[in-house]
Design a protein around this ligand. Structure first.
Ligand SMILES: [Zn+2]
Ligand SMILES: [Zn+2]
Ligand SMILES: [Zn+2]
Length: 262
């Protein structure tokens, strides 16, 4: 089953559930969906079962039923964000590093919340999934913003730390770390300082997509998946304006990543 087919299936199921107000899928509908993606019903059904947790087999009908996100799935344990404990997940780190990391991540998340709502320039198709109101026109900025809510990579300056400084330089952005290395540790190659300072940090991430039943297996996959939704939405609002048909595909290629005006 190809990426393109998967994307189509996700979108189709989403629309289906929205239109029908329920997630029941009859056998004929799975077959129809398979025909639409020019695939066999079996892998389509398997994909839905494996990846889209809210759709499950309904044995009485031989079809699939959407079970609702609040219902626990018997088949797969859904990792829950609330169950994540930074200190437990990172107990392999030296105690002092762990203390600094914990303080940093908590402080960072608090700071973000305090600054929410202060932004004046907020537009573009890419919206923050942590509901702070941030939006942007650039996918790159969007991802970087998401990582302010949930830091994924950390660098704790090896040299500042070795000197026993009380607050050694610790940051979740590579560009900021490289700047620190260049400014403060001029005698070393910045990239070398970067490599020496990378924390083996086990970050938190919520595998559940906020927009569909898809589960991602990594932060990277999650971000790419969510961006796909925004691009799809962007294109479908554009296609409503342009009318359906071939022009949409052309517009999509040409105007990808540009803002929607009007
Ligand atoms: Zn945000
Ligand atoms: Zn340093
Ligand atoms: Zn999704």
């Amino acid at each position: 089953i190809t990426k393109k087919q998967k994307k189509f299936i996700r979108k189709w199921l989403n629309d289906f559930a929205k239109d029908q107000g329920h997630g029941f899928l009859a056998r004929e509908e799975i077959n129809a969906l398979a025909t639409l993606v020019k695939g066999h019903p079996r892998p389509v059904e398997e994909y839905i079962n494996r990846k889209l947790m809210n759709f499950a087999i309904n044995p009485s009908s031989g079809g699939l039923a959407m079970t609702g996100s609040q219902m626990p799935s018997a088949r797969t344990e859904i990792p829950s964000q609330s169950r994540y404990s930074l200190t437990e997940a990172n107990s392999h780190l030296p105690q002092e590093t762990l203390r600094l990391v914990d303080k940093y991540v908590r402080g960072y998340q608090r700071q973000r919340t305090r600054n929410d709502g202060r932004r004046t320039v907020n537009n573009g198709p890419y919206k923050c999934t942590y509901a702070c109101g941030y939006r942007t026109k650039r996918a790159f900025d969007w991802r970087r913003h998401e990582e302010t809510h949930e830091p994924q990579e950390l660098w704790l300056c090896h040299f500042c730390n070795a000197k026993g400084e009380q607050n050694p330089f610790l940051v979740n952005r590579k560009d900021k770390f490289l700047k620190h290395a260049k400014d403060v540790h001029k005698q070393y190659e910045p990239e070398t300082v970067l490599d020496m300072s990378k924390v083996d940090f086990h970050a938190n991430f919520d595998p559940k997509c906020p927009m569909c039943p898809e589960l991602s297996s990594s932060w990277d996959e999650r971000c790419k998946h969510i961006l796909q939704h925004y691009d799809d939405d962007d294109n479908s609002s554009r296609s409503r304006r342009l009318g359906r048909g071939g022009r949409v595909m052309r517009a999509r290629r040409v105007r990808r990543n540009s803002s929607i005006m009007g």
